[in-house]
Design a protein around this ligand. Sequence first.
Ligand code: CLF
Ligand code: SF4
Length: 293
Amino acid sequence: ASSCISSEAQEELSRHPCYSEEAHRFFARMHLPVAPACNIQCHYCNRKFDCVNESRPGVVSEVLTPEQAEHKVKGVAAQLMQLSVVGIAGPGDPLANAEKTFDTFRRVKQQVPDVALCLSTNGLTLYRHVEQIVALGIRHVTITINAIDPEVGRDIYPWIYDEGVRYEGKAAAELLICRQLQGLELLAQRGILVKVNSILIPGINDHHLPAVSERIKKLGAVLHNVTPLIIAPGSQYEQNGRKAPRPKELYQLQEVLGRDGMKVMRHCRQCRADAIGLLGQDRNQDFTLDKLE
Ligand code: CLF
Ligand code: SF4
């Protein structure tokens, strides 16, 4: 697939610490936790903590207002020379908090125009925000897609909520999956660099993820990041006694996906929604609001 990417896009990929394994040694990312609400429920999540799709369960990020986020990004950009990406990844779903999320991106763009903007979402309402994403120059979007078959999805998502309607069971999974794939296709058509995150859930989607990989590749995703399930304390999966995969299972699956021609991310560090620094590093405590005054 990489042969279909323009040289300009290759350049953008090479400066993003998640999209490029090389880049993650030199370039830092900063997350702005401005998005507390979520519009779906995942069985591995407990809403008291951060969104597990792009983060670690069991940690709580202090939510910032767009004004505070603007202040913070200014301070961090002045001190952290390796900063190349500012992302919004939670603590809930950024697009379930669309106004705050886009207001924040607008402010970041004004304050530090040379950083790349990065958005991570469950994808439910993505199709409604394509124009805004393009207009703001957001070039990197991650969608968490754990299944493309509603029969698999129904064991991952007990419900979703969209435009005042609550969907449950198979109907919930059906609508979510449809929206995720539609959003992926629309963004890819506009030249946005879409990465897909999938959570490896043994006994639920382990045998299904090669099918996910094949489908997202066809729809134009440039990268597939499979991360091991980490079960949030108090989540449904914890109550069901579900287990995280062994490292070997993850490694073997990544091998299989890579063999089928998809570019696979292997250096994800499952960051917090407020992480700052190189991947695997979290310097959030060096940049608390009081220290930036
Ligand atoms: Fe953040 Fe995600 Fe953008 Fe990266 S993280 S919003 S794409 S800038 Fe990266 Fe962290 Fe893994 Fe995410 S290592 S959890 S993949
Ligand atoms: Fe939790 Fe994120 Fe799933 Fe929402 S999308 S239920 S915040 S893991």
